[in-house]
Structure formats: structure tokens, C-alpha cells
Design a protein around this ligand. Structure first.
Ligand code: AHR
Length: 648
């Protein structure tokens, strides 16, 4: 019999054709599969892509301490022309102090009323001008004999033709003195095509140091954060903040590590340091500011301590050589958690925070699987022993997880937690979302996925010129991220914390070192990538109980949780396919309300958000009616959905 006639016969007889089962998801609301970790979800941060200087840390002056480049006053230019003449140069002979050992000399040889000369700072890709806004400028200055000022501090257009705000500094002498001045804009149009200038209208020689300009900060905190950026993070309701890195913790060389003690105190006592992502950090956002940032978000710090390995391969031998680094880490923990009467706790109190911060987890190093000397096992053991001896309640995290061969992992002791990092393609995450963590030993260490992110293109994150892609990911990547989050959430009895990386990117030309990143911004604006919206959606619809859910005949990925107090059930569904999928939701053991809500992130998988089109891919909320066990819900193509289902 030919195949076509056999098919006709089968269709006529009907009964011999097996019926395809309808795609279905069975949820058992009567049995808990586990408790949601109280630390889902969180954030990871480091100084990369101008995350702090030129990003979250609200300072507007670039190279404020004149230490960024030893050869020239980078990002500063002379203001002259039209009958005004000025020369600028770094000067090591007139240091502010031993920490800021270089100043800027400005020699004005010609200037007169209406023909001002001086110096301009370009800011971090422009100075953001907003209407009706007060800026706080501060600077150290001294002069050569014969000149006492005044100096005009102003925010003006790049071409110098429009002054948006200005103020005066007078009473300069031959000794260093700090001056503060408030600059207020009127009802001007917002722009970032602006610069900060310090000018005079008669000849004289002036030295400047630590020139700073702050816009209004979050809650008006001194030395604080950009409110729009911080609000984006607060809106994610993070439970923890992992800091200070990442590679930023380690530095390229041991001398470039994050030396937390040098990031404390007045800005004039912070030298800053060369960071691994090709530029210097001012360290204006230092240890204390990290802690305040976590507190502002109502999140707990997850503190990474330098563990004696730096990126280019230098390491400290375990044993006596490592002891000073261990002492340093113990001091750091005391700064965070010690009483205000302790040596380091008292410094924290003096900085304005007498109460200790909550600290549960300390991470020893970062990605120590790169240490080919094999020293991590012993270094970790030495840190672990010392931390536990002084702080028995702290949980200690190893930086080598089960994604690495056993001989790279810590073997001589069992870490409380291991940190796994996953930068993967969307396809790899879709695969991993089908049970990677089911295979893990529940009696072993807990898992912290301290860095993860999906790539829609081959992995080449650190090449900023690579194929000219967007700095932030598209919807397709967000689907990979969401798939991976369902896996971590379902297993959050084991995966107690996780966080996407990198978090922040200044999207101005030349500012980034990595792609993709979660949140993009320039001097004036900020936007969330589709991945940002996916994470926020997951984090803000969570509850505290994991319910058992299993899918039949569908590739749709699922995670189901419940809020034990309100009884609300959250069903997260991820459809990576190009067609919408109707799924039957069989929910046993719950008395469901018939009206629910769907929050959906869906569309063209290649679509993305950008600084000019910030809301192309954003979640949409719609009602769901007829909710009962066995109801059909159609998951949109390339879609991420959270169903919020009320129950009694
Ligand atoms: O997230 C960017 C970098 O990726 C981190 O600094 C490092 O830990 C990882 O290799």
C-alpha cells in the first residue's frame, strides 16, 4: 500500500491515530516543593562601563583630582580666545596633600571684563543641565601673589555662549582653602551639551585641586547617588548587593586591588586607583557608600574581600604572606558589622552610621578558578578559618562553583556556599533551564549564581567594537534570562542567591567595556533593557513558597511560587518559540478566584530598548478571566508571562 492511501485509511478509521495530548502544566498547590530563598533576587556591581564615576555616583566632574593621567590634565581644557589667554598644566610642586599630590596650575596672562579666561571640564560625556536645579560646586584653590580672585564657577554650553548657572568664589590666598558655591539653573531646557568652567577676568595664577560638582542626589545625601539610576535599582526590590566585584575587587595587579581602607573618609584623603576596566576610579564611591547604597535599597550587603589573587596572575602565597590580607578582611568585616566602640566600627560611626550593617555572607575573592597556581584551595581555607574563628555566624562563599573541574574547586574544607558564573547563549540557558540544578547534591554547599547573563550573539563581551551591537540585550536575550531564572527559582532551596552582571552601562560613545548590560544611561537619561524588565517582573512577583509544577507536551518553561500570607499564586511562563502556545493549567489543591492578572513581556525577539527608545519592550498588564483548574492560557510567542492568581 502506498503511504498516501495508508494515511487516508488511518484518518477514516480515526481510532487508530494516537491523539496528541494538549500542552498542559500541572501545579500542585497542596504540597510545598520548598521555600523560596529569602535572598532572591539581588544585584551585583563593580566599576565597569562607568558604573560609578559617570554613572550611579553623582559626581559630574571628570578627573576631579587631576590624577587620571600623569602626563596631562585629561578632560580639562583651557578657556581662552577673544582677547583672553590661559595655559593649564599639571603641577606636582603644589600638591593639596600627600594623597592628592598633583594640582592643576592655570596661568591667565590676558583677561578682562567680558573676556574671561580659565579652565573647563567636559564632565562624563557632558554636564547634565536640568531646569530649576541647584548644583553644589566645591573646590580647593590657592593663588600666586597679586591675585585674590574672584573666580566664576559656571555651567555653560559647550561653545561658551550660554551660561546656565554661575556663582562666585573670592578671598583666595596663597594657602589652600576649600570653597563651596551653589549654582542654580532657571527654567532652562534640559541638555547635556554643557561644561563646567572656572574663569577669571584679570590675569593671575591659580592652582586648583579636588574640583567637584554634584547635582541633587538621592535623598540629598552628601557624596551621594544619581536619583533616577538608584530608583531603577530600588524598583527591582533587590534583597542583596554583591560588591565590590567582579574583577574590580582584584585589580590587574595586587597593587590595583580594591583597597577599602583607602576609600574611606573625606574625598581629599582618597587617592583613587587604577581599575581593571581601563580607567581610574575616584573611589568617591567607597566602602561606606556601597553600604549606604545597599541600605537605600533595603538590601543586605554581600561583601567580597580581596583574597590574594589579581587578574594578571599574581598571587599571595598561602601561609604567613597571606596573613596581612586576612587581617585586612577581618578589619573590613568589623567596619561593616562591629559595634561603634570597635576600632573600625567607630570609623563607620564617625562617617554617620553608628548602627552595624547586617552581614550574612562574605565572599573570598572573585573567579579564583583563573588562578592557575592552584593556591586558592589553601588561600580559601586560611580565610575561612580566620573569618569563622572571629565571626562564627558568617557564611563564607568560595568563588569556584561546580561548573569547574574538581581540581580547581576548594577541597580541603567544604565552603558554605559556592559562586557559579554563567555567561551563556540563549540556547544554552534554554537547555540549562530544563533541570541543571535537579542534579545537584542537596547536602553539598548552597549555590550563589553571582554573575549571569544571556547573549543573543557569540560571547565576546569585552570587545567594545565588536559588531557595533547595542550596549544592552534584546528581547531574545531576556527570554534566555527568564528561562534561566525559572530554573534558579524552582531550585531556590539550593540556589539561595543570584544576580545578573554587569548591572550598569553608560551608553555614551567609548564609555563601555562590556556587553550586554542590564541598565543603560547617559548624562541625562536612563532606561531598562528587556532583561531588566524580566528580572524586575520575576523579583516583584515572588512570594515565599515554591509549588511543584510539571509541564507535559510543551516547551514552555514554568516556575510557580506562592505568597503564604495572601495565598496569591505566581505562575511564571516562558515561551521561547515563534508561535503562541495555549497551555492547560491544571491547578490542584487551591480554591482559585476567577479573575487574575497577566503581566506580559513579549514581541519581536530582535526588539530592544535604547536611550532614544526606552520603552519599546516593556511589560503590559491585562486581566485574565475564567480562572479555574484546567483553564487554558495562551502564552504569546517570544513571551515572558507572570500570572498572578488569587486564591482563598
Ligand atoms: O561581569 C563582568 C566580569 O565578568 C566580572 O568582573 C568578572 O567577575 C567576570 O569575568
Amino acid at each position: 500500500m502506498k503511504r498516501a492511501s495508508a494515511l487516508v485509511l488511518v484518518l477514516i478509521l480515526g481510532a487508530t491515530v494516537p491523539r496528541a495530548a494538549a500542552p498542559a502544566i500541572a501545579i500542585d498547590a497542596s504540597t510545598l516543593a520548598g521555600k523560596v530563598s529569602p535572598l532572591l533576587y539581588g544585584l551585583m556591581t563593580e566599576e565597569i562601563n562607568h558604573s560609578y564615576d559617570g554613572g550611579l555616583y553623582a559626581e559630574l566632574i571628570r578627573n576631579r583630582a587631576f590624577l587620571d593621567d600623569a602626563a596631562s590634565p585629561a578632560h580639562w581644557t583651557a578657556v581662552q580666545g577673544d582677547g583672553a589667554v590661559a595655559a593649564i598644566a599639571l603641577d606636582k610642586n603644589q600638591p593639596l596633600n600627600a594623597t592628592i599630590a598633583t594640582s592643576l596650575r592655570v596661568e591667565v596672562t590676558q583677561a578682562s571684563s567680558g573676556h574671561a579666561a580659565g579652565v573647563a571640564n567636559e564632565g562624563f560625556w557632558g554636564i547634565p543641565v536640568r531646569p530649576n536645579t541647584r548644583y553644589r560646586a566645591s573646590l580647593y584653590a590657592k593663588t600666586a601673589p597679586g591675585f585674590t580672585g574672584p573666580i566664576t564657577a559656571a555651567i555653560q554650553s559647550d561653545d561658551g555662549k550660554t551660561t546656565y548657572a554661575s556663582g562666585r568664589v573670592s578671598g583666595l590666598t596663597q594657602a589652600w582653602k576649600q570653597f563651596d558655591v551653589t549654582l542654580s539653573t532657571a527654567d532652562v531646557a534640559a541638555t547635556a551639551n554643557a561644561r563646567f568652567v572656572l574663569t577669571v577676568e584679570r590675569p593671575g595664577t591659580i592652582w586648583f585641586s579636588l574640583v567637584s560638582l554634584f547635582p541633587p542626589t538621592y535623598k540629598n545625601q552628601a557624596n551621594g547617588f544619581r536619583p533616577d539610576l538608584l530608583q531603577m535599582l530600588i524598583d527591582m526590590r533587590p534583597k542583596f548587593l554583591r560588591f565590590p566585584g567582579g574583577n574590580y575587587l582584584e585589580g590587574d595587579q595586587i597593587a590595583d586591588r580594591f583597597e577599602w581602607k583607602k576609600t574611606l573618609g573625606p574625598l581629599s584623603e582618597r587617592p583613587g586607583h587604577m581599575a581593571p576596566w581601563t580607567y581610574r576610579s575616584s573611589d568617591g564611591l567607597g566602602l561606606h557608600e556601597f553600604l549606604m547604597w545597599a541600605e537605600d535599597m533595603n538590601a543586605e550587603p554581600v561583601l567580597a574581600v580581596y583574597a590574594g589573587y589579581s587578574l594578571k596572575g599574581a598571587y599571595v602565597k598561602p601561609g604567613p604572606d597571606l596573613e596581612p590580607y586576612i587581617e585586612d578582611a577581618l578589619d573590613e568585616i568589623e567596619y561593616v558589622t562591629g559595634p561603634a566602640t570597635s576600632t573600625w566600627g567607630s570609623l563607620r560611626a564617625r562617617a554617620g552610621h553608628p548602627a552595624p550593617f547586617k552581614l550574612t555572607y562574605v565572599e573570598v575573592g572573585n573567579e579564583d578558578f583563573f588562578d592557575r597556581s592552584g593556591s586558592y584551595d589553601q588561600r580559601f581555607a586560611q580565610f575561612n578559618q580566620a573569618i569563622k574563628a572571629r565571626y562564627p555566624s558568617l557564611q563564607v562563599i568560595s568563588t569556584v562553583g561546580f561548573e569547574h573541574p574538581e581540581n580547581q574547586r576548594v577541597r580541603s574544607v567544604t565552603p558554605d556556599v559556592v559562586d557559579e558564573h554563567y555567561y551563556r547563549t540563549v540556547e544554552a540557558f534554554l537547555k540549562a533551564a530544563r533541570g541543571q540544578y535537579d542534579k545537584y547534591d542537596r547536602k553539598g554547599p548552597k549555590i550563589f549564581v553571582g554573575e549571569w547573563g544571556a547573549y543573543e550573539t557569540p560571547f565576546e563581551p569585552w570587545n567594545p567594537r565588536s559588531r557595533g551591537e547595542a550596549p544592552t540585550p534584546n528581547l531574545r536575550a531576556a527570554i534566555g534570562d527568564a528561562a534561566w531564572m525559572t530554573e534558579m527559582e524552582r531550585n531556590s532551596d539550593l540556589v539561595i542567591m543570584h544576580c545578573y552582571a554587569p548591572l550598569l552601562v553608560n551608553v555614551s560613545p567609548g564609555a563601555r567595556q562590556w556587553r550586554p548590560n542590564l541598565i543603560g544611561y547617559d548624562a541625562l537619561r536612563v532606561y531598562g533593557s528587556p532583561s531588566y524588565h524580566a528580572i524586575k517582573l520575576f523579583a516583584t512577583h515572588l512570594g515565599d513558597e515554591i509549588l511543584k509544577a510539571s509541564a507535559t507536551d510543551t516547551d514552555v518553561l514554568v516556575s510557580v511560587t506562592r505568597d503564604s500570607r495572601s495565598r496569591t499564586i505566581y505562575v511564571k511562563l516562558v515561551n521561547a518559540g515563534a508561535a503562541a502556545v495555549p497551555v492547560q493549567l491544571d491547578i490542584a489543591g487551591a480554591s482559585l478566584r476567577s479573575a487574575g492578572t497577566a503581566i506580559t513581556l513579549a514581541g519581536d525577539p530582535q526588539d530592544t530598548n535604547s536611550i532614544d527608545a526606552p520603552e519599546r519592550v516593556v511589560p503590559k498588564t491585562s486581566p485574565v478571566t475564567g480562572v479555574k483548574s484546567g483553564f487554558i492560557y495562551t502564552v504569546p510567542a517570544s513571551g515572558i508571562v507572570v500570572l498572578e492568581l488569587g486564591a482563598r
